[in-house]
Ligand binder design. Sequence first.
Ligand SMILES: *Cc1c(COP(=O)(O)O)cnc(C)c1O
Length: 375
Amino acid sequence: MQFIDLKAQYNNLKSEIDTNIQAVLESAKYIGGPQVKELETELAAFVGRKHCITCANGTDALQIAYMLYGIGEGDAVFCPDITFISSTEPSKMFGAASVFCDIQPDTYDLCPESLERQIKAVLAEGKLKPKAVVAVDILGNPCDYDAIIPICEKYGLILIEDAAQSFGASYKGKKCCSFGHVATTSFFPAKPLGCYGDGGAIFLDDDELAAVCRSICVHGKGPGGKYDNIRVGMNSRLDTIQAAILLPKLKALKAYEVDNRQVVAKRYNEAFAKDFTTPFVQEDCVSVYAQYAILAKDTATRDKVIAHLSEKKIPNMIYYPTPQHALPVFKNEPHYGETYRNADDYCARTLSLPMHPYLEEAEQQQIINGVLEAL
Ligand SMILES: *Cc1c(COP(=O)(O)O)cnc(C)c1O
């Protein structure tokens, strides 16, 4: 049994993926082939953004987003306490401070009240400049943008949507990757839209910033090309082969994968509603369940379930065992007395189960039985 069955997806799309890879091999356009542009056009259209710029991975996409707005020394970047380190890794790299905020107790996304508390605390202290918010659609579940956007507007903050886990999800009719000044995603194989290696993308609407973004991705190239360097950039591109692999995968995501994820999640929800806290998705929103996480009633119960599943060779994971504020790398970040109660509680009780659009009902029943037996 697989935690995320990438092979089942490959078997389903094999002929198209193989043909596409072969075409790239024969074209010899390994960097910047026409499939890259085609993919960017399709991705932008799907999420409803003017521009999509692909790059080497989701972490680079975030770093480039920070670079677009010159985030650095003396700036405060606000971020939820439950995320993967990439969300604020660039803060530290560029000399800014990561200011963590608590999460919502139900969606596990950035808590708007905690965000505003932290912004006010930074302003009151007067040392750092509130600069940006990284809103992470955690586990594939969109943030509460109707609450977050007005706060960003009120304090003049840049909003970055980290949609690494939420490609295909939507918030009140708008697709993830369409929120904020800039949004980023990842095509790491296990993400809802994954390639066969590393990949990422940046989404925005502003024409000028889109041009800057393309320049940053290729060593700060200028109008004269890559030997006409006008700024410090990176070498961050999506390989043509990865674009060729993503094209049929995007088609499958649109046609049935997001729907299949809902079916799998619903079966889990019904099985676990009595004994666990199951995922909460806001009204009019669609989660892609990048991870399907349940909360046990306490840590001992969670650990008992893990032990039993592991004994039965049923894959399981904890996303994430440690909130960001407690990571050694962030030990010197300012906290302003925030308690991170919901984040700590989430980490203490969470457990993720196998989740992918190809999970068959019989296999899922084994997982459900394994979890319930443990109780
Ligand atoms: C995976 C992930 C990233 C980073 O993506 P990579 O492509 O692995 O660099 C960033 N943010 C979040 C929330 C992620 O889950």
